[in-house]
Design a binder for this molecule. Structure first.
Ligand code: HEC
Ligand code: HEC
Length: 184
């Protein structure tokens, strides 16, 4: 079980990741949360760093060290199996949704903005090719949306997130990031 993982339970292949991502992938000041995200999503991002569709000097170097697929699989499956379970959120238990929550669950039809919920799921838990956003560092979430706007991140199918990020206002990016980061 994740909760009882000891340093010795961390496979060698994943140990070099811990300095920046934390022993359970919970994230540190040096790197975002990766624990509890699907292996499929994590693997796609390693490919994106290797191919230059995402740019981060340190993480690109790390990704390049993961060309050996069996070793990569061991590291990623360790982190995919971590992650704090989410409490789940009952919709409809609040009368007034905050602006960010409304965008998350309903989108904004007038601007052609789809609900984040339709892909990232209830409580932003993610799954499959959709990353978990719940509990992720707010600064990191905002940086990713801005990176898509500046065409500095790509690799998502049909530029889905690029189109969405381009429609978000700066203050919406901030409030969404704060909202998502606080979901437990
Ligand atoms: C020196 C620090 C550092 C180390 C060591 C490191 N990473 Fe990272 N990693 C980062 C940073 C910083 C980012 C965010 C990059 C960005 O902003 O695009 C990141 C992002 C990622 C992402 C994308 C997360 C997401 O939500 O899209 C994955 C996957 C990842 N790292 C996996 C790994 C694995 C696996 C290892 C070990 C083999 C590792 N990292 C080692 C710093 C590090
Ligand atoms: C049609 C599906 C879809 C919708 C709707 C959607 N997303 Fe995404 N989102 C994705 C996919 C797929 C990815 C992963 C892209 C990749 O693999 O590079 C992603 C990635 C992200 C990331 C990067 C996470 C990380 O760990 O790096 C953020 C932040 C994000 N989405 C926020 C949002 C927000 C906020 C909304 C609503 C305004 C939203 N998304 C709506 C499909 C969607």
């Amino acid at each position: 079980m994740a909760a009882t993982a000891q340093a010795t339970d961390i496979p060698t292949e994943a140990q070099q990741c811990v300095t920046c991502h934390g022993d359970k992938g919970q994230g540190t000041a040096q790197g975002p949360m990766i624990g509890g995200m699907s292996e499929q999503y994590l693997d796609a991002q390693i490919e994106n760093f290797i191919a230059g569709r995402r740019n981060n000097t340190l993480m690109t170097l790390m990704a390049q060290s993961l060309v050996d697929l069996p070793a990569r699989k061991v590291a990623l499956s360790y982190f995919a199996a971590q992650g704090s379970p989410l409490k789940g959120q009952l919709r409809g238990d609040k009368i007034a949704l905050s602006g960010a929550e409304k965008l998350y669950y309903q989108g904004d039809l007038k601007r052609g903005l789809p609900a984040c919920y339709s892909c990232h799921g209830p409580s932003a838990a993610g799954g499959g090719s959709f990353p978990r956003l719940a509990g992720q560092q707010a600064d990191y979430l905002a940086e990713q949306l801005i990176a898509w706007r500046k065409l500095e991140r790509s690799g998502d199918h049909d530029n889905t997130m690029g189109h969405i990020a381009a429609k978000l206002k700066e203050d919406e990016i901030k409030s969404l990031a704060t909202y998502l980061s606080a979901i437990q």
